[in-house]
Every structure is written in C-alpha cells, then in structure tokens.
Design a protein around this ligand. Structure first.
Ligand SMILES: NC(=O)c1ccc[n+]([C@@H]2O[C@H](COP(=O)([O-])OP(=O)(O)OC[C@H]3O[C@@H](n4cnc5c(N)ncnc54)[C@H](OP(=O)(O)O)[C@@H]3O)[C@@H](O)[C@H]2O)c1
Length: 429
C-alpha cells in the first residue's frame, strides 16, 4: 500500500465531521479503490470552538491559522466546509496558490465566484471539485459532466432545496399554512432561524448557476436567474392547484431554447403524474431532459452530514486518482460555450393565475377580454369560495410568453378591480 494522501479540513461543523466519519467508516473500500489511505491530519477551527473530542477520536490536529495547513508540505488536498463567501474565498485561493488541490461544498461561493476560482485552479495546475455543492448527496454534477458528456441536454429541472420542499409537502398533504410549515421546518432543523436564502429561492438559484455551467457550458450570474421564492404562498392556491391535478413545488430550472438559455427558480404547478410531484419532504431530485437519453431523474438526500460528506470524499478520491495519473489542472466540467440568454418574448409557458374579483356579474368577462386582446386562451377556470363580496378565481392559461404575461398583469392592474394574488408557471406533463 502506498503512503497516505493527507487532507486538511477548513471548518469542523456538520459536514466537516461527516467527512471524518465517512473516511473512517469506509476506510477499507476507499483504500482499495485508490490504492492508498486518505487521512485528514489537520482541521482549522475557530479558537472559540471546542472540538477536542472529535480531534481525539479521529486522530487529527486542530489549528487556528490557515498557514498551518497550506504551508504543511505533507498535505495535498484542502477541503473547505466553513461556508459563506469570506474568508472561504480567500482561503481557497491561498490553498490553490500554495499548490493544494481543493474540494468544497460551498454553493454560495461557487455560484458567485466559481469561474474565478476554477481559472485560478487551472492556472495553478490544481484541481477544484465541488460535487456536494448541488443537491448534497446526489451525484448530479459528475453525472452531467461525465455520463451525459455525449448527450445534448435541453433542460435541467430540479427540486434542489430541501427546506422549501419539506414546507410545500406539509402545505399540500396536511393543508398547513406557510407560517406553520416554516415553524415546523425550523423546529426540525431543516430551516435556519433566518430562512431567507431558502424561502426566497436564493439557495436554489445558486445551484441553477452551477447546473447551467455543467449542462450548457454557459457562465451565468446570479442576477441573470429569475428568482421567486415561496414566501407567503397561500394555502388556498396550493389547494386550488391540488384540485386541478397539480402539486406546487419550488422548481429550479435551466433550459435551452435554440442557442440561448434561461435559468429560473419559482413555485411551479407540477402535474401529479410527473415524477417531480412525488418528491416529498426534505428530499431533492434533478430531472434532466436530453436528446440522447430522453428523460432521466436523479433522486436522493439533498443535504445532511453523511450524504454531503460522501460526495466530498468521492471528490477527494477523484483527485487522488488524478495525482496518481499526473492529469492535473483540468476543470470539473471542461464544456464551455459563449453565454446567450433567452429573450422574454421567446420564453413560453402555461401559467396559473389566482385572482380575487368582486362577486358581481360581468367581472369574469373583463378578464376574458384582457386575455383575448393578448391572444391567450384559458385551459381551465375554477371559481373558489365567495364571501358574497369577493370571489377567488383561478385560471390556467394556454402557452404564453413572459412578455405577454407582463402585458396581461399590467392590464389587470390598470383596467380592473381585481387583485392578482399569485402567478405561477405550469409544467407540461
Ligand atoms: N449541512 C448540509 O447538509 C450541507 C449540504 C450541502 C452543502 N453544504 C455546505 O457545506 C458547508 C458547510 O456546511 P455545514 O452545514 O457543515 O456548516 P456548519 O455546521 O455551520 O459548519 C461550518 C463550521 O465552520 C466554522 N467556521 C466558519 N468560519 C470559520 C473560520 N473562518 N475559521 C474556522 N472555522 C470557521 C463554523 O464555525 P462557527 O459556527 O463558529 O461559524 C462551523 O463550525 C457550507 O458551504 C454549506 O453550504 C452543507
């Protein structure tokens, strides 16, 4: 057996501890697969943290300075699992410059500075891997970069945020309100005390930036992703969607139209017959449409110490293989294309519109007229309960462009007394 490849950990929280656990529990298989032991020898923690018991259990040295890790000639690979942008970005850059390979699970950082860090790794002839940054334990990046390398991907759709999927599952199956579902998710540890990144769709948008790069070779920025979350989603709309045969899910998507792409995150009505409708609770799934394979779906835990750590350790093993073969400095995904975004007038979907209108005759005619003027027909119309003064009406439209939707919304605001309570895309079956 060859001498061990040594690893330095930056951060010893949930995922960092999971990495130690997976390396220890699966040690035998890992050694046999890569031909040498993989050992974490040092971990960077804050001076205020007490991690002595973990250090003793896994026989590692705790340090408080980055230099203790990146200046250690014995350490080949650094794993960043601290989270947030800084100091993680600087630490990864310093590690690469010091000749270390890097594995990270940090989607926030990769979505915002991934290209810069990948270029630095390439220049330094070092590897940067980040499978765990999208959908935790689901090996989706490697699947797209390797297994689907020969395929022409047309769309990647996913439930890539476990917190919101847990909340929506409760809202659909137990008719919980948004607030109660959020509180329960927080109590169970699925949602953080500040749930902004999850409920406002930001976390899912980070993943769409990374997936757009892997699926289409295009580098997009966060402000090029159209992001809408589920904050304040009304349980009435979730129930109305249910009665029409749909399940509301927070869907991240990146889609190719011709030679351009559009990426977005938002609540979407998924037909109950679609595989994504059956993804419940905190689970994640990524659905890929491609011309070779057709449709394929990748399902599993999107977070958690062991699933996330398993992806990280697989990245470590990939890097060890590359060190042994001397094939260093290649990007995780080498596919690169000029970025082109789809214009709003070329982006089509069916929509669910939920409106509150005075419960008087002739009101619905106004809506029909606005829709007819925009050249859009209804596929389904349902009137909900009326309190005698106002009635909730939901419609599902035929296909319309984002520009047409904007015109309809403007006309409703200017020419009627209706309140447009919600508009959501409707996925084709
Ligand atoms: N948890 C998951 O299931 C999951 C899934 C996929 C990806 N990820 C990603 O994995 C990363 C780690 O997540 P996690 O859940 O393990 O977070 P965590 O439990 O909060 O662990 C991060 C640890 O790093 C420490 N840390 C932060 N800044 C540091 C610094 N400058 N020096 C030394 N230590 C520092 C933190 O200490 P303090 O608490 O004192 O700040 C904490 O102990 C994040 O990028 C996250 O997005 C997590």
């Amino acid at each position: 057996m060859e001498k061990p490849v040594k690893v330095g950990l930056l951060g010893l929280g949930v995922v960092g501890t999971g990495v130690l656990e997976i390396l220890s529990d699966h040690q035998n298989k890992i050694e046999k697969s890569i031909g040498c032991p993989l050992a974490v020898t040092k971990a960077l923690i804050r001076p205020t943290e007490d991690k002595a018991a973990i250090a003793e259990k896994y026989d590692l040295q705790l340090v408080h300075e980055l230099s203790d890790i990146i200046e250690d000639p014995e350490i080949d690979i650094v794993v960043e699992v601290m989270g947030r942008i800084e100091p993680a970005k600087t630490f990864i850059a310093e590690a690469l410059k010091a000749g270390k390979h890097v594995v990270t699970a940090n989607k926030d950082l990769l979505a915002q500075h991934g290209s810069e860090l990948a270029s630095l790794a390439h220049e330094q002839k070092r590897n940067l891997y980040y499978e765990a940054s999208v959908a935790g334990g689901i090996p989706i990046l490697r699947t797209i970069a390797n297994s689907l390398a020969a395929d022409d991907i047309t769309e990647v759709l996913g439930i890539v945020n476990g917190t919101t999927n847990y909340m929506l599952t409760k809202m659909v199956t137990e008719q919980m309100s948004y607030d109660v579902a959020l509180k329960q998710a927080q109590e169970l540890g699925f949602a953080e005390s500040d749930p902004t990144n999850d409920v406002d769709g930001i976390d899912a948008a980070y993943k769409m930036v990374i997936l757009s790069k892997f699926a289409f070779g295009m580098t997009i920025t966060m402000d090029q992703v159209k992001v809408k979350g589920i904050r304040g989603l009304a349980s009435e709309d979730v129930s109305m969607a249910d009665s029409l045969g749909y399940t509301v899910k927070l869907i991240g998507s990146t889609k190719k139209t011709g030679d351009s792409i559009s990426a977005e995150v938002g609540p979407v009505l998924v037909p109950n017959t679609h595989p994504l409708a059956s993804i419940h609770n905190e689970f994640n799934a990524v659905f890929v449409k491609s011309s070779g394979i057709g449709e394929s779906m990748y399902y599993g835990p999107g977070a958690g110490a062991r699933p996330t750590a398993t992806s990280i350790v697989a990245d470590l093993m990939t890097i060890v293989n590359k060190i042994q073969l001397g094939t260093l400095g290649h990007r995780f995904s080498e596919y690169t294309q000029p970025t082109k975004l789809t214009a709003p007038e070329e982006s089509f979907s069916k929509y669910f519109l939920s409106l509150e209108m005075p419960d008087e005759t002739g009101q619905f005619l106004q809506l029909a007229e606005i829709m007819a003027n925009a050249g859009v027909g209804f596929e389904q119309v349902v009137q909900g309960k009326s309190d005698g003064k106002k009635a909730r009406v939901v419609v599902i439209t035929h296909q319309l462009s984002e520009t047409m939707l904007a015109t309809i919304k403007k006309e409703i605001a200017e020419k009627t007394n209706f309140d447009l309570l919600a508009s959501m895309k409707v996925m084709e079956g």
